[in-house]
Design a protein around this ligand. Structure first.
Ligand code: PLP
Length: 460
């Protein structure tokens, strides 16, 4: 496998991933919160699949829904026939979401949903407004458009992007107001067509205050700016409410984007859902009847939609927001306790529901020397130290305790503790015990082992 990857996929990926245990093992199968490797290990998956796996691996209801679709030989490729799945999914979302967020479109990836939302906002204003605002810390995808709206890209290359992108400070309403004021046109209008924000930023574990979100809403309403909430990561109960913003009564974006666990861990599907009046003004005419400006070959594909219908049914039937709150009641105080126990290693822990970040710091001074000796790409990385420490902890959790975690590649690289919503509080306790035992080995020992076992072979 490594050879084939080296030859036909990506050589550097092999070098990097084999520096962790999981890059050296093969997965036989996966079920619920567990991954079973070929050599007989049973790994507790606390990554949450980077937001994809709230339902865990291979949820039986998701498998059954897909099997039904296949057994009945459904035909859902042609867009010229109406799809009962698109109709039902659109209906269900409209029933679940607050206000008049009721018009849905279903592409395949989060980045496409973001770009669809941005295009809708641009079209809403008939192409007359040219500016779009996004936050300095933000992750919205990696296509050329969504990548240019991402505030903290993996900054190793500057790709071209869409024009008119301006950056405000996350959570700072005055900085948004300043940009809107600068966008005043000669006739007293506003040149901003959309503001894009993650109410909870999973890549940095920062979240907006209620005051900030309500202030944004007020400003967007006053200036007729389309407000887009990107909840691609945080939707479907993950943070303890259906969406992060739905914890605030009466708060409504003009467009919401979702993906990841929307596909139940099996289907590559995303959505943007617009308020009815916004959608109608942008696209409600015969020229846009087939949505050709945002469609892709696979958008609204039957099996993906059937899967998403079941994924959402499960979220409702099993009350995923309540499950996330249950896990939070054990996870949050547990992480706080461990942070107090190891103040030299943990600088902060932040999170909500089943999505927490642990910011690791410290380590011996020797690390600075290691950073200077590291190969080119690493040497220039200001986060090198944090990444190395965090990798050492992830590696020890995996090797010694059969627990799989990860750190975010964007933002400030917290170690992410994101159990799937099918995990139990006992499994959270197991993680906390393992985490405590790992840190009590001391950072120097963990690092020495990691560098010796792994990075040594990478640098050789
Ligand atoms: C908030 C947010 N927006 C957009 C995206 C992009 O989604 P995708 O990777 O499916 O293109 C992500 C992916 O992590 C995300 O977390």
């Amino acid at each position: 496998m490594h050879d084939l990857y080296r030859k036909y996929v990506n050589r550097s990926q092999v070098s990097l991933m084999t520096s962790f245990g999981f890059g050296r093992e093969l997965v036989e199968r996966a079920e619920g919160a567990y991954i079973y490797t070929r050599d007989g290990r049973k790994i507790l998956d606390f990554t949450g699949g980077v937001g994809v796996l709230s339902h865990g691996h291979n949820h039986p209801r998701i498998l059954a829904a897909r099997k039904r679709f296949q057994d009945q030989q459904r035909m859902e490729v042609h867009k010229t026939y109406f799809s009962p799945y698109i109709a039902a999914l659109g209906n269900n979302l409209a029933q679940l979401l607050p206000g008049d967020l009721s018009m849905s479109f279903f592409p395949n990836s989060g980045a496409e949903a973001v770009e669809g939302a941005v295009k809708l906002a641009y079209k809403y204003h008939g192409g007359r407004r040219q500016r779009i605002l996004h936050a300095d810390i933000s992750f919205h995808g990696k296509l050329l458009g969504s990548g240019s709206l991402t505030g903290s890209p993996q900054k190793n290359f500057a790709f071209p992007g869409i024009p008119g992108v301006e950056t405000f400070t996350y959570g700072d309403l005055d900085s948004v107001r300043r940009l809107v004021a600068q966008a005043r046109t000669a006739d007293g209008g506003c040149d901003v067509y959309a503001i894009l924000i993650e109410p909870f930023s999973a890549s940095t574990m920062r979240y907006c205050s209620e005051e900030f979100l309500r202030g944004l809403r007020e400003l967007c309403t006053a200036e007729d700016i389309i407000l887009v909430f990107d909840e691609i990561y945080t939707g479907w109960g993950k943070t303890g409410s259906l969406f992060y913003f739905t914890r605030y009564e009466g708060l409504l974006p003009d467009v919401l984007t979702t993906s990841k666990s929307f596909g139940g861990g099996k289907s590559s599907i995303s959505a943007y859902i617009a308020r009815e009046s916004v959608f109608r003004k942008a696209y409600d005419n015969l020229g846009d009847a087939l949505m050709t400006s945002t469609s892709t070959t696979y958008y609204g594909f039957g099996e993906e939609c059937a899967t998403a219908i079941e994924a959402v049914n499960i979220v409702v039937d099993d009350d995923y927001p309540a499950r996330a709150r249950d896990l939070d009641r054990v996870l949050a105080p547990g992480l706080e306790r461990i942070a107090k126990q190891f103040p030299d290693i943990i600088s902060n822990t932040v999170g909500s529901g089943a999505l927490h970040g642990v910011f690791l710091d410290g380590g011996p001074k020797l690390l600075d020397l290691a950073a200077r000796l590291a190969p080119g790409g690493f040497r220039q990385d200001p986060q090198f130290r944090t990444k190395l420490i965090t990798c050492a902890v992830i590696n020890a959790l995996y090797r010694d305790h059969d627990i799989y975690t990860y750190y975010t590649l964007n933002g400030s690289n917290p170690l992410v503790v994101g159990p799937p919503l099918v995990a139990t509080t006992d499994e959270v306790e197991r993680f906390l015990d393992a985490f405590e035992q790992t840190l009590s080995q001391g950072m120097s020992k963990l690092l020495a082992r990691f560098v010796k076992e792994k990075v040594g072979s990478l640098w050789a």
